[in-house]
Ligand binder design. Structure first.
Ligand SMILES: [Zn+2]
Length: 80
């Protein structure tokens, strides 16, 4: 139980941040997965169109954030 809580905490350590607005989200995912989504968001978006359900929440949330902040750079960041 305690180990699971620590694991969840580690998952929320990394996130996306808009370089201009400095708004950030901390999806329940790893740095590697967040980097993967950011690099392949166009591909993932295409796949998402054909998938009715089953996309992980962090992918849905991540894509929504990248959409909202598409006008400027979004960086991968971690909590201090
Ligand atoms: Zn922004």
């Amino acid at each position: 139980m305690e180990r699971r809580a620590v694991y969840q905490g580690a998952l929320m350590t990394h996130g996306y941040q808009g370089e201009e607005c400095e708004e950030a989200i901390w999806p329940a995912s790893t740095a590697a997965e967040l980097r993967w989504l950011k690099d392949r968001q166009h591909v993932v978006r295409e796949v998402a169109k054909h998938v009715q359900a089953g996309l992980d929440t962090w992918i849905v949330d991540g894509l929504a954030f990248l959409d909202r902040h598409g006008g400027h750079s979004v960086i991968l960041t971690r909590k201090p």
